[in-house]
Every structure is written in structure tokens, then in C-alpha cells.
Design a protein around this ligand. Structure first.
Ligand code: ZN
Length: 346
């Protein structure tokens, strides 16, 4: 694939050069960092949902089509939350029917509850009937979410954690039966703006339930940017011990306090190789007011590539996507690499 940067030598044991480029052990641990990281671009859902403006559907489709040509392997494109709740994503059907995504890219949609899944499956089936045999499916993965904090979960979805879990277990079972890959996303995994400390044991208990219900991937969200690197490193080591090796652990950091990339490094040190981020650093958060969104995908990709960790993403092409969305929104976005460009070593 031509979009894959030629970095981070793949052959083990290439001596000092290898060590410099990809396998630098972190202080205090002999474990090398992952050589390859998977990134799910969540800007079209998590980003657009949390920006004040609603982009015209046509522009969203163009942006998604450009993003999936940067070498990204995963993208979350929309949600099946009721349009009254999230008007920014009321065009889910039109977006899913119009985007042009290579078969190699995994498309994910957010599913809030069984009714959302009903709507998603109905759309998938109606499209399948209209498509030629062998055409790519409109989406491959679903993600379901809840908060690890009772107060945040109630404010977000008006349910207790127990009620949310019971509902999502039903969603996961049906999604699996419909041959969809499932991701469970746990918000406020590292702290809650209402409750403060969120016990890791509770987060891992929720993760275990989601895993047992069929989630192959669990993402831990630092929804309001409260996590610090020590906490993240320790948390993901415990998560791996508790959840075992057959579930993918994903880190979803927000840059609310500028610590997003430091937390990425800590997660890498704990063996995490899967991340979620938004191009342009799209996606604010209502709490605290005015907070920034997810870490910027181009900042994440720039750091990983400079560390010799391969992502398969063409950084200049990704920066061009961020530049486009910044032009459309007509205001400066939070991404650093968007301003500075990729590192040039001359
Ligand atoms: Zn987010």
C-alpha cells in the first residue's frame, strides 16, 4: 500500500538503528512499545456530534471519502441516536448510503439501544437488497456506550449503569447474530466531572460484562480529560490482566487539559496499540464548558510516526482533511500539526 510510510523497521534485531526507530523501551519496563498502531477516526461521529455547527450532508460525505483514502483502517461515521437528541447526525441514512469506502476500511456506527439497532439493521438490509452481490456493506462494526459513573450515565442516557448494561447486552447479542463486530465504549473511565474518582475495579467490571456479552473490543474513554499518564499506564496493565489477551483494548483520550498525547504514550507503554481520535481535534464536550475534544488524529499520527510506530496513514493527506474541515467551520481548530505541518528533518 503506497500510503504506508516507510518507517519503523519490521525486522527484529536490527541493532541500534532499530532501537532508535521503533523499539525504545520505556523507563522502568523492559517491554518494547508496539510497532504498529491502529487508529479509528471518530471525527465524523464524536466530532461532528459535539460541534455547535451542523455541516451539510454533502460536505460530510466528501470529508469521509477523503479520510478513508488517507490509509486509515477504521472510521466511525455516524450514529443511530434519535435525530431529536442529536440533530447533527440526523442524516445517518444519507451519509451511509452515499459514502464511498474501500473494502479494506472498517466502518463503524454508534448504537444507543435496541431501537437504534433496529434502525441500523433495517437500513443495512434495505441497502443490501438494492446493491449488487458482493458490494461492501454500509457498516461493519457497531459501538455501544455507557459511562462508568452513575451520575454521568444518568445525565447522558437517563439510565442507571445496571439498566444500561442490561440493554446493551441485548444489543450486543443481536449485533453479533447479525455478523457485526462489536465495540463497547466506557465513558468517564478515568474520572467523572460529577463524581470525581471512578474506581478502576468498577470500570473493569463493566468491561467484563461487555466482553462476555460479545464485545471484541473495549474502548476506555477519558471523556473530560481527567486522566494522567501514571494512572493510564497502571489502568491498562490491570485491564490486560483482568480481561485477558483475546479482547482488543482501545484508548480514547480527550485533550481537555493538554495531556492527551502524554496519555497515549503511557497507554503504549502498557501495550495498548489501538486508539481513537478526531481529525482537526474536532468534538467539544459540554462538561467542562468550552472543553476541547478528542486528541487530534494528525497530532497522534505525527507522534507515532516520529517514534517509528506505523499507522498506515498518509499524514499530509490527513492534514489536508483537517484543513478542509477547518475551512468549512470557518474557525481555528485545536490541532497542532494542522498549524505546524509534519516534522521536516531536511
Ligand atoms: Zn471522544
Amino acid at each position: 500500500m503506497s500510503a504506508v510510510p516507510d518507517r519503523g523497521g519490521q525486522e527484529p534485531g536490527a541493532g541500534d538503528q532499530e532501537r532508535q526507530r521503533g523499539a525504545v523501551p520505556s523507563a522502568g519496563t523492559p517491554d518494547p512499545l508496539p510497532r504498529v498502531a491502529l487508529i479509528r477516526e471518530v471525527g465524523p461521529r464524536d466530532g461532528f456530534q459535539n460541534e455547535p455547527e451542523t455541516l451539510p450532508t454533502e460536505r460530510k460525505i466528501e470529508l469521509i471519502d477523503a479520510l478513508v483514502r488517507t490509509g486509515l483502517q477504521r472510521i466511525e461515521v455516524t450514529s443511530f441516536v434519535r435525530p431529536e437528541v442529536i440533530p447533527q447526525l440526523a442524516d445517518a441514512r444519507e451519509v451511509l448510503t452515499s459514502i464511498d469506502v474501500p473494502a479494506s476500511v472498517s466502518v463503524s456506527v454508534l448504537i444507543p439501544n435496541e431501537r437504534g439497532l433496529d434502525n441500523a439493521l433495517a437500513l443495512r438490509d434495505s441497502l443490501a437488497a438494492a446493491m449488487p452481490a458482493g458490494a461492501r456493506r454500509p457498516f461493519d462494526e457497531v459501538n455501544v456506550f455507557l459511562s462508568a459513573s452513575e451520575t454521568h450515565n444518568r445525565k447522558n442516557v437517563n439510565r442507571s449503569i445496571a439498566e444500561s448494561l442490561a440493554g446493551l447486552e441485548a444489543v450486543l447479542a443481536r449485533a453479533r447474530a447479525a455478523e457485526l463486530r462489536c465495540e463497547g465504549v466506557i465513558s468517564t473511565s478515568f474520572g467523572c466531572p460529577y463524581e470525581g474518582h471512578v474506581p478502576p475495579a468498577r470500570v473493569l467490571e463493566i468491561a467484563t460484562r461487555l466482553r462476555e456479552a460479545g464485545a471484541e473490543e473495549i474502548a476506555f474513554g477519558d471523556t473530560t480529560g481527567m486522566a494522567n499518564p501514571n494512572q493510564v499506564r497502571e489502568f491498562f496493565r490491570s485491564a490486560r490482566d483482568r480481561l485477558g489477551d483475546d479482547v482488543e483494548l482501545t484508548a480514547h483520550f480527550h485533550n481537555t487539559r493538554g495531556q492527551g498525547l502524554a496519555n497515549v504514550l503511557a497507554a503504549l507503554e502498557a501495550g495498548v496499540a489501538s486508539f481513537e481520535s478526531s481529525f482537526g481535534e474536532l468534538g467539544g464536550c459540554p462538561v467542562p464548558a468550552g472543553a476541547t475534544g478528542n486528541i487530534a488524529t494528525e497530532d497522534l499520527v505525527s507522534m507515532l510516526h516520529e517514534m517509528g510506530i506505523d499507522t498506515g496513514i498518509d499524514l499530509p493527506a490527513l492534514i489536508e482533511c483537517a484543513r478542509r474541515v477547518q475551512r468549512l467551520l470557518g474557525r481555528p481548530l485545536g490541532s497542532h500539526t494542522l498549524v505546524a505541518g509534519p516534522v521536516e528533518w531536511g
